[in-house]
Design a protein around this ligand. Structure first.
Ligand SMILES: [Zn+2]
Length: 416
Protein backbone atom coordinates (compact mmCIF):
# COMPACT_ATOMS: atom_id res chain seq x y z
CA UNK A 1 0.00 0.00 0.00
CA UNK A 2 1.10 3.54 -0.69
CA UNK A 3 2.23 5.63 2.28
CA UNK A 4 -0.22 7.78 4.24
CA UNK A 5 1.32 10.99 2.97
CA UNK A 6 0.65 10.02 -0.61
CA UNK A 7 -2.94 9.10 0.19
CA UNK A 8 -3.47 12.34 2.03
CA UNK A 9 -2.36 14.23 -1.07
CA UNK A 10 -4.55 12.12 -3.33
CA UNK A 11 -7.76 12.66 -1.38
CA UNK A 12 -6.93 16.23 -0.42
CA UNK A 13 -6.72 16.14 3.37
CA UNK A 14 -4.03 17.49 5.70
CA UNK A 15 -1.99 16.25 8.66
CA UNK A 16 -4.98 16.43 11.00
CA UNK A 17 -6.39 13.42 9.22
CA UNK A 18 -5.10 9.90 9.79
CA UNK A 19 -5.38 7.41 6.94
CA UNK A 20 -6.42 4.14 8.54
CA UNK A 21 -6.95 1.90 5.57
CA UNK A 22 -7.59 1.91 1.82
CA UNK A 23 -9.58 -0.77 0.05
CA UNK A 24 -11.32 -1.50 -3.20
CA UNK A 25 -14.95 -2.51 -2.96
CA UNK A 26 -17.00 -4.22 -5.64
CA UNK A 27 -15.84 -5.39 -9.04
CA UNK A 28 -15.43 -4.14 -12.61
CA UNK A 29 -17.73 -1.21 -13.36
CA UNK A 30 -18.98 -1.15 -9.80
CA UNK A 31 -15.56 -0.99 -8.18
CA UNK A 32 -14.91 1.91 -5.84
CA UNK A 33 -12.00 2.99 -3.68
CA UNK A 34 -12.82 3.55 -0.01
CA UNK A 35 -10.32 5.47 2.12
CA UNK A 36 -10.94 5.02 5.84
CA UNK A 37 -9.87 8.01 7.88
CA UNK A 38 -10.11 9.52 11.33
CA UNK A 39 -9.42 12.96 12.75
CA UNK A 40 -6.53 13.56 15.12
CA UNK A 41 -7.49 14.63 18.60
CA UNK A 42 -6.90 18.37 18.10
CA UNK A 43 -9.25 18.52 15.11
CA UNK A 44 -12.12 16.59 16.66
CA UNK A 45 -15.23 17.88 18.38
CA UNK A 46 -15.93 21.11 16.61
CA UNK A 47 -19.43 22.22 15.72
CA UNK A 48 -20.14 21.52 12.05
CA UNK A 49 -21.93 24.82 11.68
CA UNK A 50 -19.75 27.32 13.50
CA UNK A 51 -16.46 25.48 14.08
CA UNK A 52 -16.45 26.19 17.82
CA UNK A 53 -15.02 23.49 20.11
CA UNK A 54 -17.82 21.64 21.87
CA UNK A 55 -18.25 18.60 24.12
CA UNK A 56 -19.25 15.31 22.52
CA UNK A 57 -22.96 14.50 22.32
CA UNK A 58 -23.32 11.03 20.79
CA UNK A 59 -22.04 8.87 17.94
CA UNK A 60 -24.58 10.32 15.52
CA UNK A 61 -25.44 7.87 12.78
CA UNK A 62 -22.13 6.06 13.02
CA UNK A 63 -19.77 5.84 10.01
CA UNK A 64 -20.42 7.96 6.99
CA UNK A 65 -19.06 8.29 3.46
CA UNK A 66 -18.19 11.35 1.42
CA UNK A 67 -17.69 11.13 -2.32
CA UNK A 68 -14.24 12.39 -3.43
CA UNK A 69 -12.89 13.22 -6.85
CA UNK A 70 -12.53 10.08 -8.97
CA UNK A 71 -9.23 8.20 -8.94
CA UNK A 72 -8.58 7.41 -12.57
CA UNK A 73 -11.78 5.69 -13.65
CA UNK A 74 -12.81 4.66 -10.14
CA UNK A 75 -15.20 6.46 -7.86
CA UNK A 76 -13.65 7.20 -4.52
CA UNK A 77 -15.09 7.74 -1.02
CA UNK A 78 -13.73 8.88 2.31
CA UNK A 79 -15.21 6.99 5.22
CA UNK A 80 -15.11 8.19 8.83
CA UNK A 81 -17.10 8.41 12.05
CA UNK A 82 -19.59 11.26 12.11
CA UNK A 83 -20.30 11.88 15.81
CA UNK A 84 -22.39 14.76 17.10
CA UNK A 85 -21.22 17.49 19.44
CA UNK A 86 -23.24 19.67 21.75
CA UNK A 87 -22.66 23.20 20.51
CA UNK A 88 -23.56 25.94 23.00
CA UNK A 89 -25.20 27.86 20.17
CA UNK A 90 -26.48 25.19 17.76
CA UNK A 91 -27.28 22.30 20.09
CA UNK A 92 -26.56 18.73 19.00
CA UNK A 93 -24.82 19.04 15.61
CA UNK A 94 -22.75 16.69 13.46
CA UNK A 95 -19.09 17.49 14.13
CA UNK A 96 -17.04 19.40 11.59
CA UNK A 97 -14.83 17.50 9.17
CA UNK A 98 -12.11 19.42 7.34
CA UNK A 99 -12.71 17.74 3.98
CA UNK A 100 -16.37 18.59 3.48
CA UNK A 101 -18.94 21.35 3.96
CA UNK A 102 -21.50 20.85 6.70
CA UNK A 103 -24.29 18.47 5.72
CA UNK A 104 -22.61 17.54 2.45
CA UNK A 105 -22.25 14.03 1.05
CA UNK A 106 -19.35 15.14 -1.13
CA UNK A 107 -15.95 16.54 -0.30
CA UNK A 108 -15.11 20.20 -0.74
CA UNK A 109 -12.94 19.39 -3.77
CA UNK A 110 -15.77 17.45 -5.36
CA UNK A 111 -18.23 20.31 -4.73
CA UNK A 112 -15.81 22.87 -6.14
CA UNK A 113 -15.16 20.86 -9.26
CA UNK A 114 -18.90 20.48 -9.92
CA UNK A 115 -19.42 24.22 -9.37
CA UNK A 116 -16.63 25.02 -11.81
CA UNK A 117 -17.96 22.62 -14.42
CA UNK A 118 -21.51 23.89 -14.19
CA UNK A 119 -20.44 27.42 -15.10
CA UNK A 120 -18.22 26.23 -17.92
CA UNK A 121 -20.08 23.49 -19.71
CA UNK A 122 -23.46 21.95 -20.52
CA UNK A 123 -25.71 20.45 -17.89
CA UNK A 124 -25.81 16.97 -19.44
CA UNK A 125 -22.01 16.91 -19.73
CA UNK A 126 -21.60 17.70 -16.04
CA UNK A 127 -24.04 15.01 -14.90
CA UNK A 128 -22.50 12.39 -17.18
CA UNK A 129 -18.93 13.21 -16.27
CA UNK A 130 -19.28 13.35 -12.49
CA UNK A 131 -22.04 10.75 -12.26
CA UNK A 132 -24.53 12.77 -10.21
CA UNK A 133 -28.07 13.96 -10.94
CA UNK A 134 -29.01 17.55 -11.75
CA UNK A 135 -30.81 17.89 -8.44
CA UNK A 136 -27.62 16.98 -6.58
CA UNK A 137 -25.74 19.50 -8.70
CA UNK A 138 -28.26 22.07 -7.48
CA UNK A 139 -27.62 21.26 -3.82
CA UNK A 140 -23.86 21.33 -4.40
CA UNK A 141 -23.81 24.78 -5.95
CA UNK A 142 -26.14 26.09 -3.26
CA UNK A 143 -23.55 25.01 -0.66
CA UNK A 144 -20.65 26.47 -2.59
CA UNK A 145 -22.36 29.83 -2.97
CA UNK A 146 -23.46 29.94 0.69
CA UNK A 147 -19.87 29.25 1.69
CA UNK A 148 -18.54 32.00 -0.60
CA UNK A 149 -21.04 34.48 0.80
CA UNK A 150 -19.99 33.65 4.36
CA UNK A 151 -16.37 34.27 3.44
CA UNK A 152 -16.88 37.59 1.63
CA UNK A 153 -19.62 40.06 2.48
CA UNK A 154 -21.48 40.44 -0.82
CA UNK A 155 -22.90 43.78 0.27
CA UNK A 156 -19.67 45.56 1.21
CA UNK A 157 -19.24 49.02 -0.28
CA UNK A 158 -22.42 49.16 -2.33
CA UNK A 159 -22.94 52.59 -3.88
CA UNK A 160 -24.61 52.08 -7.25
CA UNK A 161 -26.99 49.18 -7.71
CA UNK A 162 -29.41 47.97 -10.36
CA UNK A 163 -32.70 46.17 -9.66
CA UNK A 164 -34.41 44.06 -12.27
CA UNK A 165 -37.00 41.33 -12.68
CA UNK A 166 -36.47 38.19 -14.70
CA UNK A 167 -38.93 35.42 -15.41
CA UNK A 168 -38.04 31.81 -14.81
CA UNK A 169 -39.71 28.56 -15.84
CA UNK A 170 -42.33 28.80 -18.52
CA UNK A 171 -44.97 30.03 -16.12
CA UNK A 172 -45.28 33.58 -14.93
CA UNK A 173 -42.80 33.27 -12.11
CA UNK A 174 -40.25 35.92 -11.40
CA UNK A 175 -37.04 36.60 -9.59
CA UNK A 176 -36.06 40.03 -8.39
CA UNK A 177 -32.33 40.49 -8.89
CA UNK A 178 -29.88 43.12 -7.67
CA UNK A 179 -26.55 43.91 -9.31
CA UNK A 180 -23.61 45.99 -8.09
CA UNK A 181 -22.83 48.35 -10.96
CA UNK A 182 -19.34 49.17 -9.74
CA UNK A 183 -18.17 45.60 -9.21
CA UNK A 184 -20.18 44.32 -12.16
CA UNK A 185 -21.63 41.51 -10.09
CA UNK A 186 -24.97 39.99 -9.32
CA UNK A 187 -25.27 40.30 -5.55
CA UNK A 188 -28.74 39.09 -4.65
CA UNK A 189 -31.78 37.34 -6.09
CA UNK A 190 -35.06 36.11 -4.64
CA UNK A 191 -38.34 34.64 -5.82
CA UNK A 192 -41.13 37.16 -6.39
CA UNK A 193 -41.49 40.64 -7.80
CA UNK A 194 -43.26 42.80 -5.30
CA UNK A 195 -42.53 45.19 -2.49
CA UNK A 196 -42.21 42.46 0.15
CA UNK A 197 -39.55 40.64 -1.91
CA UNK A 198 -37.48 43.74 -2.47
CA UNK A 199 -37.80 44.84 1.14
CA UNK A 200 -36.15 41.51 1.98
CA UNK A 201 -33.01 42.73 0.24
CA UNK A 202 -32.92 46.09 2.01
CA UNK A 203 -33.55 44.33 5.34
CA UNK A 204 -30.39 42.29 4.76
CA UNK A 205 -28.50 45.38 3.75
CA UNK A 206 -29.45 47.20 6.93
CA UNK A 207 -30.30 50.83 7.53
CA UNK A 208 -26.74 52.18 7.60
CA UNK A 209 -25.71 50.63 4.31
CA UNK A 210 -29.00 51.70 2.70
CA UNK A 211 -27.92 55.29 3.40
CA UNK A 212 -24.70 54.72 1.44
CA UNK A 213 -26.60 53.86 -1.74
CA UNK A 214 -26.37 56.76 -4.19
CA UNK A 215 -27.84 55.38 -7.40
CA UNK A 216 -30.46 52.74 -8.06
CA UNK A 217 -31.24 51.83 -11.63
CA UNK A 218 -34.42 49.95 -12.52
CA UNK A 219 -36.93 49.32 -15.27
CA UNK A 220 -39.56 51.83 -14.21
CA UNK A 221 -41.68 49.36 -12.19
CA UNK A 222 -43.54 51.26 -9.51
CA UNK A 223 -42.99 48.66 -6.77
CA UNK A 224 -39.25 49.22 -7.12
CA UNK A 225 -39.59 53.00 -7.10
CA UNK A 226 -41.75 52.89 -3.95
CA UNK A 227 -39.42 50.63 -1.97
CA UNK A 228 -36.31 52.55 -3.01
CA UNK A 229 -37.91 55.79 -1.92
CA UNK A 230 -38.89 54.23 1.39
CA UNK A 231 -35.52 52.63 2.18
CA UNK A 232 -32.73 54.58 0.45
CA UNK A 233 -32.94 58.22 1.55
CA UNK A 234 -29.86 59.30 -0.43
CA UNK A 235 -30.42 57.44 -3.68
CA UNK A 236 -31.34 58.78 -7.10
CA UNK A 237 -33.58 56.40 -8.98
CA UNK A 238 -32.63 56.11 -12.63
CA UNK A 239 -34.33 54.21 -15.43
CA UNK A 240 -31.98 51.83 -17.19
CA UNK A 241 -31.33 53.19 -20.67
CA UNK A 242 -31.52 49.63 -21.88
CA UNK A 243 -35.18 49.44 -20.82
CA UNK A 244 -36.07 52.74 -22.48
CA UNK A 245 -34.64 51.49 -25.76
CA UNK A 246 -36.60 48.27 -25.42
CA UNK A 247 -39.82 50.28 -24.94
CA UNK A 248 -39.08 51.99 -28.27
CA UNK A 249 -38.38 48.65 -29.94
CA UNK A 250 -41.74 47.35 -28.67
CA UNK A 251 -43.53 50.43 -30.01
CA UNK A 252 -41.87 49.96 -33.39
CA UNK A 253 -42.94 46.33 -33.47
CA UNK A 254 -46.49 47.36 -32.73
CA UNK A 255 -46.42 49.72 -35.73
CA UNK A 256 -44.96 47.00 -37.94
CA UNK A 257 -47.75 44.59 -37.04
CA UNK A 258 -50.30 47.32 -37.62
CA UNK A 259 -49.13 48.25 -41.12
CA UNK A 260 -48.80 44.57 -41.96
CA UNK A 261 -52.43 43.97 -40.95
CA UNK A 262 -53.51 47.05 -42.92
CA UNK A 263 -51.74 45.76 -46.02
CA UNK A 264 -53.30 42.34 -45.66
CA UNK A 265 -56.76 43.75 -45.22
CA UNK A 266 -56.27 45.92 -48.31
CA UNK A 267 -55.36 42.79 -50.29
CA UNK A 268 -51.74 43.90 -50.85
CA UNK A 269 -50.32 40.44 -50.38
CA UNK A 270 -46.84 40.98 -51.78
CA UNK A 271 -46.44 44.16 -49.72
CA UNK A 272 -47.59 42.35 -46.57
CA UNK A 273 -45.16 39.56 -47.19
CA UNK A 274 -42.26 41.97 -47.55
CA UNK A 275 -43.28 43.73 -44.33
CA UNK A 276 -43.37 40.47 -42.47
CA UNK A 277 -39.75 39.75 -43.26
CA UNK A 278 -38.34 43.08 -42.12
CA UNK A 279 -38.47 42.67 -38.36
CA UNK A 280 -34.72 42.21 -37.93
CA UNK A 281 -33.79 45.06 -40.24
CA UNK A 282 -35.92 47.37 -38.09
CA UNK A 283 -34.85 45.93 -34.82
CA UNK A 284 -31.06 45.84 -35.20
CA UNK A 285 -28.81 48.84 -34.71
CA UNK A 286 -28.04 50.34 -38.14
CA UNK A 287 -24.30 49.77 -37.74
CA UNK A 288 -24.92 46.03 -37.40
CA UNK A 289 -27.11 45.57 -40.47
CA UNK A 290 -26.19 43.13 -43.22
CA UNK A 291 -26.30 44.31 -46.83
CA UNK A 292 -29.64 42.55 -47.32
CA UNK A 293 -31.10 44.17 -44.25
CA UNK A 294 -29.90 47.58 -45.44
CA UNK A 295 -31.70 46.98 -48.73
CA UNK A 296 -34.81 46.01 -46.79
CA UNK A 297 -34.65 49.24 -44.83
CA UNK A 298 -34.28 51.25 -48.04
CA UNK A 299 -37.36 49.48 -49.36
CA UNK A 300 -39.34 50.41 -46.22
CA UNK A 301 -38.29 54.05 -46.63
CA UNK A 302 -39.86 54.09 -50.10
CA UNK A 303 -42.80 51.74 -49.62
CA UNK A 304 -44.15 52.56 -46.18
CA UNK A 305 -43.71 56.07 -44.84
CA UNK A 306 -45.41 55.41 -41.53
CA UNK A 307 -43.27 52.42 -40.65
CA UNK A 308 -40.13 54.26 -41.70
CA UNK A 309 -41.01 57.25 -39.52
CA UNK A 310 -41.55 54.84 -36.62
CA UNK A 311 -38.13 53.37 -37.32
CA UNK A 312 -36.52 56.81 -37.29
CA UNK A 313 -38.26 57.59 -34.00
CA UNK A 314 -36.87 54.43 -32.43
CA UNK A 315 -33.38 55.18 -33.74
CA UNK A 316 -33.45 58.80 -32.63
CA UNK A 317 -34.45 57.81 -29.12
CA UNK A 318 -31.68 55.24 -28.99
CA UNK A 319 -29.16 57.87 -30.08
CA UNK A 320 -30.38 60.36 -27.45
CA UNK A 321 -30.06 57.72 -24.74
CA UNK A 322 -26.65 56.64 -25.95
CA UNK A 323 -25.32 60.18 -26.24
CA UNK A 324 -25.95 61.05 -22.59
CA UNK A 325 -24.97 64.33 -20.94
CA UNK A 326 -26.43 67.74 -21.93
CA UNK A 327 -26.52 66.86 -25.60
CA UNK A 328 -28.39 63.65 -24.85
CA UNK A 329 -30.89 65.59 -22.70
CA UNK A 330 -31.61 68.10 -25.44
CA UNK A 331 -31.94 65.32 -28.04
CA UNK A 332 -34.42 63.65 -25.71
CA UNK A 333 -36.44 66.84 -25.42
CA UNK A 334 -36.64 67.20 -29.23
CA UNK A 335 -37.58 63.58 -29.50
CA UNK A 336 -40.51 63.97 -27.12
CA UNK A 337 -41.95 66.83 -29.17
CA UNK A 338 -41.48 64.90 -32.40
CA UNK A 339 -43.03 61.68 -31.01
CA UNK A 340 -45.99 63.52 -29.45
CA UNK A 341 -46.81 65.05 -32.86
CA UNK A 342 -46.04 61.94 -34.90
CA UNK A 343 -49.68 60.78 -35.12
CA UNK A 344 -48.40 57.25 -34.67
CA UNK A 345 -50.37 56.05 -31.61
CA UNK A 346 -47.66 53.69 -30.31
CA UNK A 347 -45.13 56.53 -30.26
CA UNK A 348 -47.52 59.15 -28.95
CA UNK A 349 -48.12 56.76 -26.08
CA UNK A 350 -44.40 56.16 -25.66
CA UNK A 351 -43.75 59.90 -25.45
CA UNK A 352 -46.30 60.04 -22.62
CA UNK A 353 -44.70 57.08 -20.87
CA UNK A 354 -41.31 58.75 -21.12
CA UNK A 355 -42.88 61.93 -19.76
CA UNK A 356 -44.08 60.00 -16.73
CA UNK A 357 -40.63 58.53 -16.12
CA UNK A 358 -38.73 61.67 -17.12
CA UNK A 359 -36.85 62.35 -13.86
CA UNK A 360 -35.50 58.79 -13.84
CA UNK A 361 -34.51 58.89 -17.50
CA UNK A 362 -32.85 62.28 -17.21
CA UNK A 363 -30.94 61.04 -14.18
CA UNK A 364 -29.80 58.05 -16.23
CA UNK A 365 -28.43 60.37 -18.92
CA UNK A 366 -26.45 62.25 -16.28
CA UNK A 367 -25.14 59.17 -14.47
CA UNK A 368 -22.16 57.37 -15.80
CA UNK A 369 -23.38 53.81 -15.59
CA UNK A 370 -22.30 51.48 -18.31
CA UNK A 371 -25.33 50.21 -20.20
CA UNK A 372 -23.21 47.44 -21.59
CA UNK A 373 -22.76 46.02 -18.12
CA UNK A 374 -26.46 45.88 -17.32
CA UNK A 375 -27.19 44.42 -20.72
CA UNK A 376 -24.56 41.74 -20.41
CA UNK A 377 -25.83 40.80 -16.96
CA UNK A 378 -29.34 40.60 -18.35
CA UNK A 379 -28.31 38.55 -21.33
CA UNK A 380 -26.37 36.17 -19.15
CA UNK A 381 -29.22 35.81 -16.67
CA UNK A 382 -31.56 34.92 -19.49
CA UNK A 383 -29.16 32.27 -20.71
CA UNK A 384 -28.98 30.88 -17.18
CA UNK A 385 -32.75 30.80 -17.03
CA UNK A 386 -32.80 28.41 -19.95
CA UNK A 387 -30.13 26.27 -18.37
CA UNK A 388 -31.98 26.24 -15.07
CA UNK A 389 -35.20 24.85 -16.52
CA UNK A 390 -34.29 21.44 -15.13
CA UNK A 391 -34.10 22.80 -11.60
CA UNK A 392 -37.31 22.31 -9.67
CA UNK A 393 -36.08 24.50 -6.85
CA UNK A 394 -35.75 28.23 -7.42
CA UNK A 395 -32.99 28.16 -4.78
CA UNK A 396 -30.87 26.16 -7.20
CA UNK A 397 -31.48 28.61 -10.02
CA UNK A 398 -30.52 31.49 -7.74
CA UNK A 399 -27.37 29.66 -6.69
CA UNK A 400 -26.46 29.06 -10.33
CA UNK A 401 -26.99 32.73 -11.15
CA UNK A 402 -24.87 33.87 -8.19
CA UNK A 403 -22.20 31.32 -8.96
CA UNK A 404 -21.86 32.48 -12.52
CA UNK A 405 -22.67 36.20 -12.31
CA UNK A 406 -21.85 36.85 -8.67
CA UNK A 407 -18.21 35.85 -8.79
CA UNK A 408 -18.61 32.81 -6.54
CA UNK A 409 -17.27 30.22 -8.95
CA UNK A 410 -14.31 28.54 -7.20
CA UNK A 411 -11.13 27.64 -9.08
CA UNK A 412 -10.64 24.01 -9.99
CA UNK A 413 -9.43 22.05 -6.94
CA UNK A 414 -5.67 22.17 -6.51
CA UNK A 415 -5.23 25.27 -8.69
CA UNK A 416 -5.26 28.86 -7.66
ZN1 LIG B 1 -22.19 25.82 16.53
Amino acid sequence: MLGSNVWRRIVGVDRHVVIEDVEIEGEDDEATVVVHVRLRKGARRRCGRCGVRAPGYDRGEGRRRWRCLDLGTLQCFLEADAPRVSCPEHGPTVAQVPWARHGAGHTRDFDDQVAWLVTHTAKSTVCELVRVGWRTVGSIIERVVADGRDAHDPFAGLVRIGIDEISYTRGQRYLTVVVDHDAGRLIWAAVGRDKATLRGFFDLLGEDRCKEIEVVSADGASFIADVVQERCPNATLVIDAFHVVSWATDALDEVRREVWNEARRAGMRAHAKELKGCRFALWKNPEDLTARQEAKLAWIAKANGKLYRAYLLKEQLRIAIRTKGDLGLSLLEHWRTWAARSRIPAFVELSRKIGRHLPGIEAALRENISNALIESTNTKLRLLQRMAFGFKEPGHLIALALLDRGGYCPPLPGRS
